[in-house]
Design a protein around this ligand. Sequence first.
Ligand SMILES: [Mg+2]
Length: 233
Amino acid sequence: MLHDAPVLLLDLDNTLIDRDAAFRRYMADFLDRHAAAFAWQDRPSRQDKNDRQAVMQEVMQDIIALDAYGRTPRAQFCSALLQRYPALPFTPDSLWHDHQRILDHFEYNAAIPAMLLRLATRYRLGLISNGSGPMQRRKLRDAGIESLFALVLISGEAGVAKPQAEIFQRALSFFHADTATMVGDDPHNDIRPAHLLGLATIHIALPGDAPEALADHVLTDILQLEETLSCST
Ligand SMILES: [Mg+2]
């Protein structure tokens, strides 16, 4: 019976949608639009236009490090970017506004709603995501998965965020469940707090990310989730 089926809680960014790929596409466009603010700053040895591409690659690597898989809070990311590249024609607020263009750079992956539809026959599905309500809702809609969750908890709407225990406890109480399995990419926000509450955890390790030792399972691809759940239950 589905009403007492096990509960599966999932993170959104970099778990169900490839947020880092969208970020890189958005940033490539951003660097194109604002090349003058980056190209030669603090790089006196790089005055040759032939070096422009190399400079922009360096800038991209720098920004990707600053972004830290999107785990750097956005206000902090925007301020740090402007501090580092003061020629950018933005305030932190207008940069945040520009940042929302990332929504246009996500690629639809039909395998994700298909997998969630199958899982929804065996699990009660909840989504727990940090971010602004409008942005996360748009990502869910564009990914074709908004209607597949019995519960959607977004920090910007809920007033509580991961890694606070309360957001996980709200999910458990919604489902009248003592436990659940939490699936996410972020050791700090998804895995460790869920583990502390006694939940089973599945870490989706991103390229370059260390597998979280506390996790019950570590996957490198969300599409391995069904097989892992079948083997562990
Ligand atoms: Mg995430």
